[in-house]
Design a protein around this ligand. Structure first.
Ligand code: M6R
Length: 616
């Protein structure tokens, strides 16, 4: 996790710290335990504070920095060492020759620490990052060449890292390096930038270069040169960022989460955009996997974590139904460390909003080593998972800043459905008119989601009435089952309430023992036009109400059986079964957000979490 920003210019001014502070504000979703900034020009200065970024900004307002030509900043999600001023970045070397920020985990830190102890170099923090900073200073002391020193040090490090460093001896130069952790370069006019992602500098420039695995970049205000850890020069490929800075701010909503829930109609619509040709055939230009290989696929394994994995669960129902290919869902961290059965005929679908989730990335690498093709469904352009997969289908949800995933989830389901329909088209499982019919249904979902958003106040009232609940259960059947699990996850992570999602059919096999008088239970009701499913869920409601549960039911408009059975009914517009998850999840997101707010919690930055989980 952690967010990193770097700035370097030809001129000395106060701009660097302003650019870095702005970048840190947009990167704060990556971690918010502490933040810091170091600058150099005619003089060197460092400020770092435990707590949210605002604590750092207050300190900077009280004690302005000197003019400078380079600046580095960091917002932290603690791995080694508790959140504290001392553990905050940037770190400064024992001889004050190096300032450094780091994202990732150095796995051979014990050995590196011992070497420092042997040289009597004392550590002032508990972090692995400080250890790297001193080693960089030792390497720099040998040659007086920071670039060479960075080259030496990175080859000694094991684990994952993005490093950005400068020396006050040469304040018009920044050095950065990455392995298994993201870094992008932004190209400005007389100044250049680096960041954990483009949000770091998107208000300054839209022209960016993605740094590849095991690469070092050296920047001045006018030059950027990239090389591999082996010293081979690399021609960086520039691209234009299609987000603007406004997309990464709240747009008038009190929280990012509320804004992002309201972005959901656009997230689905944009993800559907430009997928078909004039004849109505799906065209996925990004799919660089040979169609002959896709026709041969005999199993799909979805690898993902958290909410992204629940999107995969939903997709299983659709893809198996449309394509008759078995689909397995694997939590990426479980897939990676067992002995999964995959072959050249297995298609791995890696789903990730950030494209940086380390568990998912490791699983992608493992699957490719086994000979499987990997197709990534990713929201963040140029992210590591996107780059390391055989093909990418981008979701177009725009930047998701709130830690709890909302709009990315509906965009992921949409992208999975596009993939399923594409495979059905390619393999001849569905006729073109059938595929067009499903695409039409998907095309109507943004409007239906917008109708649910109009009920926000009613759902928020319900949430407020449950603000003192200590446990909430969620039940669903068929595609409602993963939505029940997602509803429970949202409530856990936002409102810190014990919540469980169950398959409604599993109720009698154990969970019903949890039901006692007043127990709040959300039930996701299937459409009454699927009576086989619907009747069973209505029976489940009767069973729990008979035992005292207070049932909140999410059901289609006009579902009279659900209206009779529920204590509280939230309706969603009518939709075909497979489209239901795009609707039924929305009230659950609003509910969790409103309940957390009623408890006075920060819904954008829940405790202990970070947006991009870039450590295993
Ligand atoms: O960036 P990713 O989609 O790979 O992230 C996966 C999970 O870490 C993420 O969905 C997490 O569960 C969210 N906090 C859920 O709201």
């Amino acid at each position: 996790m952690c967010g990193i920003v770097g700035y370097v210019a030809t001129e000395t001014s106060l701009r660097g710290s302003e650019v870095v502070a702005g970048g840190l504000a947009r990167l704060e979703y990556r971690g918010y335990d502490s933040a810091g900034i170091a600058v150099a020009g005619d003089s060197f200065a460092l400020v770092k504070k435990a707590g949210p970024l605002q604590a750092l900004l207050d300190e900077l307002a009280a004690h302005p920095l000197p003019e400078h030509s380079c600046a580095i900043g960091h917002t932290r999600w603690a791995t080694h060492g508790a959140p504290s001023d001392a553990n905050a970045h940037p770190h400064v070397s024992f001889d004050s020759k190096i300032a450094l920020v780091h994202n990732g985990i150095i796995e051979n830190v014990a050995e590196l620490r011992e070497e420092l102890a042997a040289r009597h170099i004392a550590l002032s923090s508990e972090t692995d990052s400080e250890v790297v900073c001193h080693h960089l200073a030792l390497a720099y002391a040998k040659t007086g060449d920071l670039s060479a020193a960075m080259g030496d040090v990175v080859t000694r490090l094991e684990g994952s890292f993005t490093l950005v460093a400068f020396t006050p001896d040469d304040p018009q130069r920044l050095l950065a390096a990455r392995r298994n952790s993201p870094l992008v370069v932004g190209l400005g006019d007389g100044e250049n930038y680096v960041g954990s992602d483009v949000a770091a500098f998107v208000d300054q420039t839209r022209t960016a270069i993605e740094l590849g695995q095991d690469q070092i970049v050296e920047l001045t205000g006018t030059e950027v040169s990239i090389r591999t850890f082996d010293g081979e020069p690399v021609e960086g490929t520039t691209y234009e960022v299609d987000w603007d800075a406004d997309a990464a701010v709240k747009g008038g909503y009190p929280t990012f989460m509320e804004k992002e829930i309201h972005d959901e109609p656009a997230a689905v619509a944009d993800t559907l955009l430009a997928r078909t040709d004039d004849t109505g055939h799906l065209h996925l230009d990004e799919l660089r996997i040979d169609p002959a290989i896709l026709r041969q696929v005999d199993k799909i394994v979805v690898i993902a974590c958290g909410t992204a994995a629940y999107a995969g669960h939903v997709a299983k129902y659709a893809i198996e139904h449309w394509c008759r290919i078995p689909v397995e869902i694997e939590l990426a961290h479980e897939f990676r460390y067992r002995d999964p059965v995959v072959s050249e005929k297995t298609l791995i679908v890696a789903i990730s909003q950030s494209g940086e989730t380390m568990d998912t990335l490791m699983a992608v690498r493992h699957a490719r080593e086994q000979g499987a093709k990997v197709l990534a469904i990713v929201n963040t352009h140029g992210s590591t998972i996107a780059r390391e997969s055989d093909a990418v289908l981008y979701t177009h949800a725009g930047p998701e800043v709130a830690v709890a995933s909302t709009k990315a989830f509906v965009a992921q389901i949409t992208a999975c459905y596009i993939l399923g329909l594409y495979l059905a088209q390619l393999r001849g499982n569905k006729y073109i008119d059938e595929i067009s019919g499903y695409l039409d249904q998907l095309g109507r979902m943004p409007g239906k989601i917008a109708q649910i958003l109009e009920k926000e106040d009613e759902i928020a009232d319900l949430a407020r009435s449950l603000k003192d609940a200590t446990s909430v259960l969620f039940l669903g059947r068929h595609v409602g089952y993963p939505i029940a699990m997602e509803g429970a996850l949202k409530l856990k992570e936002l409102a810190y309430i014990h919540a469980e999602g169950f398959a409604a059919g599993e109720l009698k096999h154990g969970p019903i023992a949890l039901i006692e008088s007043g127990q709040p239970v959300f039930v996701i009701c299937p459409t009454p036009r699927r009576p086989l499913l619907h009747n069973k869920v209505i029976s489940n409601i009767e069973e729990i109400r008979a035992r005292g549960a207070s049932v909140m039911c999410i059901a289609e408009e006009g579902d009279e059986a659900a209206a009779r059975a529920a204590d509280h009914l939230i309706t969603v517009p009518q939709a075909p079964t497979l489209m239901h998850p795009l609707l039924t999840v929305v009230p659950l997101q609003i509910f969790a957000c409103a309940l957390a707010e009623a408890k006075g919690l920060n819904v954008d930055k829940p405790r202990n979490l970070a947006k991009a989980v870039t450590v295993e």
